[in-house]
Design a protein around this ligand. Structure first.
Ligand code: GLA
Length: 372
């Protein structure tokens, strides 16, 4: 199994768009090690669109832009591997990529082979310029088949934005994860629109097949390719909490060479990451919602405990509560409570727990039933 728990890594798009270079990728791999991202579980270093030249080679291969990748992709993937990490690349199911570069339609076999020869471990496969009259899911199936035939284990990340309800077919096309939404922006409105819209998709995710509401914007602070004003630290914490609850892939989108202390404290929090990476592999689900004001979500965990998140979507601080009854826990059950962001032991409670949550903030708890 390539993805028993949600894949973790970094992708160049959110911060750099097409402005990528092999030095950036090497430095990113270095930072994975130096900043502790690798130890925390982040593994895949993925280059997105913009790595290609405008034309294929005479023998129909995709070619890396020599100005951006003078040493070539194979040397770059070797470097990433030498750090104990995995290397990912991007292509598209249509006739061009979203940036107008050559894409894989009609070239699925040779491209899958090329990626395998380059030592690629992860393919993000996009959906721009779909040829008219061709079935979308079929195109993703074709690349899935060619990746399998390549003989190299390559994690397959389908990016068709939820257009054809990929949660219903992408796993059988060989995908390990599939985008369920359009592109994220570095703004709270975007984060909440994408994240909270995932309610109802929980039945479709599990080990080796994950819903993907797009990459993280934590730590971007309004600069980079998808910047739209940026978010506050509370908003980034809510964003990361929600993606962890959703068992979403955790693909970092900030410049990991330049993370500040708060960004590190979010992206490296082991207790919170453990919720995302819990081996049971359940996607969290909505328990209670007052539209635009508050949301309560829960995620059952392998050891019988549950992660519970109280999200305040309002502009004012708000007293919120988690009632055992709404969490499907018998209301005489004594539970030990832990605050997952701080690690604080919140004591033993039965029936309910109430707390004030800051605007656009979250209280993320782990409830462990210990008896009646
Ligand atoms: C689409 C995808 C993005 C990114 C760009 C690249 O918009 O959804 O994630 O890969 O294409 O051009």
């Amino acid at each position: 199994m390539l993805a028993p728990t949600p894949p973790m890594g970094w992708n160049s798009w959110n911060t750099f768009g097409g402005d990528i270079h092999e030095d950036l990728v090497r430095e990113t791999a270095d930072s994975f090690v130096a900043e502790g991202l690798k130890d925390a579980g982040y593994q895949y270093v993925v280059i997105d669109d913009g790595w290609q030249t405008d034309e294929r080679s005479a023998d129909n291969r995709l070619v890396a832009d020599p100005a951006k990748f003078p040493s070539g992709i194979k040397a770059l993937s070797d470097y990433v591997h030498s750090k104990g990490l995995k290397f990912g690349i991007y292509s598209c199911a249509g006739t061009f990529t979203c940036m107008g570069k050559p894409a894989s339609y009609g070239y699925e076999q040779i491209d899958a082979q090329t990626f395998a020869e380059w030592g690629v471990d992860f393919l993000k496969y996009d959906f721009c310029y779909k040829p008219a009259g061709v079935d979308g899911p079929y195109l993703f199936q074709r690349m899935g088949q060619e990746l399998r035939a390549s003989g190299r284990p390559i994690l397959y990340s389908v990016c068709e934005w939820g257009t054809n309800e990929p949660w219903k077919w992408a796993a059988s096309a060989g995908a390990h994860m599939w985008r369920t939404t359009g592109d994220i922006q570095d703004a709270w409105e975007s984060v909440e629109r994408l994240g909270f819209s995932q309610a109802g998709l929980e039945a479709y995710a599990g080990p080796n097949h994950w819903n993907d509401p797009d990459m993280l914007v934590v730590g971007m602070y309004g600069s980079g390719n998808v910047a739209f004003g940026g978010c506050t630290d509370d908003e980034y914490r809510s964003h990361f909490s929600l993606w962890c609850l959703l068992a979403s892939p955790l693909m970092l989108g900030c410049d990991v060479r330049k993370m500040n202390d708060t960004t590190k404290s979010i992206l490296l929090n082991r207790r919170v990451i453990a919720i995302n990476q819990d081996p049971l592999g359940r996607q969290g689900f909505l328990v209670e919602r007052e539209p635009e004001r508050f949301e309560v979500w829960m995620k059952p965990l392998l050891d019988g405990s549950v992660a519970v998140a109280l999200f305040n979507r309002d502009h004012n601080p708000r007293k919120m509560s988690a009632a055992w009854e709404s969490l499907r826990i018998h209301d005489r059950t004594i539970c030990r409570l832990e605050d997952l962001w701080s690690g604080e032991n919140l004591g033993e409670h039965d029936r309910a727990y109430a707390v004030t949550v800051p605007p656009h903030g979250v209280k993320l708890l782990r409830l462990t039933p210990i008896g009646k």
